[in-house]
Ligand binder design. Structure first.
Ligand code: PLP
Ligand code: SF4
Length: 351
């Protein structure tokens, strides 16, 4: 009975071209997923059945920030749709090559905030470690797309001076692992780093900012859960999901595994033109997040980074969307709409 029902509801989508969307055998682990990620914009367009014009424009526009999109993420994009909200996050566009006044290389003042290589402190009690330059996806609007990652520590030995710095400053209670994406680092190295952090008596909380559980759900494997659930530090995990379509069954299962390990889950999204700038998009996303135990934390106004001007949503429009969210969602599902202004002592509310 069950079998008959299952086979009779097999989805059939007329637009699918199965041979194009054949992603091959499932990857053995997350590192293999990283290796198999699409790095060529023309290959990306070809897989999605997009014309050669779009592909050529993408190739010509990526500049020094190459295309990078894991197959797990690409498989959630709609075939043949150049406006797909997931595709637009990763596909280079000609608009990136235009220089727009006010859009800068370091819009959020990372350089002046560096205590030393790889350690940023902007806010009281919280320090941020730039652990690596690698990510599981290259988001075209990334505010660190021009960050000089070559200058940050890349191995446990090199992290030593960062650890010394945090040890010497007893006002720091929380360390944020950022990057890049800290979960591109292998678990034995992360565990070493987190053990060293946990040994600093005045540290209370560890925050991990990562897109990996969504981009490559296989990243949430036993070895990750092992160190994350055994540290004495309270772990706050901040995901970065911009659209409900990112949350397929595999991504939701990764979220569920993280929750079961006892970490607190938050989400930050960036308000992006053409991607999630309709109230409906964010109502759907935030509702789905709270259904799965993830609290919407921040909705970021776009950082004015060079090459990303085409993603900007005017503040006034953002405020209108926020009003809709307040009306249509339970209070706990409404994110804070904020902007990062260089030199300010906190993220600045936009409302
Ligand atoms: C955003 C950010 C934080 C975290 O700020 P919260 O408001 O606590 O989320 C900490 N350090 C740096 C450098 C940041 O950019
Ligand atoms: S995952 Fe984060 S750091 Fe990496 S490119 Fe995307 S926004 Fe930037």
């Amino acid at each position: 009975m069950a079998n008959i029902v299952t086979s009779s509801v097999e989805p059939v989508e007329a637009t699918l071209a199965p041979e194009t969307l054949d992603f091959g055998p499932p990857p053995a682990n997350w590192r293999e997923s990283m290796k198999r990620a699409i790095r060529d914009p023309e290959a990306l367009c070809q897989r999605l059945g997009l014309g050669s014009e779009i592909a050529a424009a993408a190739k010509a526009s990526q500049g020094a920030f190459p295309t990078f999109a894991p197959l797990e993420f690409v498989s959630r994009m709609k075939f043949g749709d150049p406006r797909d909200p997931l595709l637009l996050q990763v596909l280079p566009q000609l608009a990136e090559t235009e220089s727009v006044p006010g859009f800068l290389l370091d819009p959020v003042g990372d350089m002046p905030a560096a205590l030393e290589a790889g350690v940023l402190q902007k806010y009281q009690g919280r320090a941020l470690l730039v652990t690596t330059g690698a990510c599981a996806v290259h988001c075209r609007y990334c505010f660190r797309r021009h960050f000089p990652y070559d200058s940050v520590p890349h191995s446990p030995v090199q992290w030593k001076s960062a650890i010394d710095r945090l040890t010497a400053d007893s006002s720091i209670e929380e360390v944020l692992l950022s990057g890049g994406d800290p979960l591109t680092i292998v678990d034995y190295q992360l565990k070493q780093l987190v053990d060293q952090l946990a040994a600093i008596p005045h540290l209370r909380r560890l925050r991990i900012h990562s897109r990996l559980p969504i981009m490559i759900p296989g990243r949430v494997d036993d070895s990750l859960l092992e160190w994350i659930s055994s540290t004495r530090l309270a772990v706050w995990f901040v995901l970065h999901i911009n659209h409900a379509n990112e949350l397929d069954a595999a991504a939701l299962a990764a979220i569920s595994r993280l929750r079961q390990s006892g970490v607190n889950l938050l989400n930050q999204a960036v308000l992006l033109r053409g991607i999630n700038d309709q109230a409906d998009d964010l109502v759907q996303l935030c509702g789905l997040l709270v259904d799965h135990g993830v609290l919407p934390y921040y909705l970021h106004q776009l950082d004015k980074v060079a090459g990303a001007a085409h993603f900007e949503v005017p503040l006034q429009r953002g405020r209108e969307i926020m009003q809709q969210l307040r009306e249509r969602l339970p209070g706990y599902a409404v994110p804070k709409y904020v902007q990062e202004i260089a030199g300010q002592p906190n993220k600045t509310p936009c409302e």
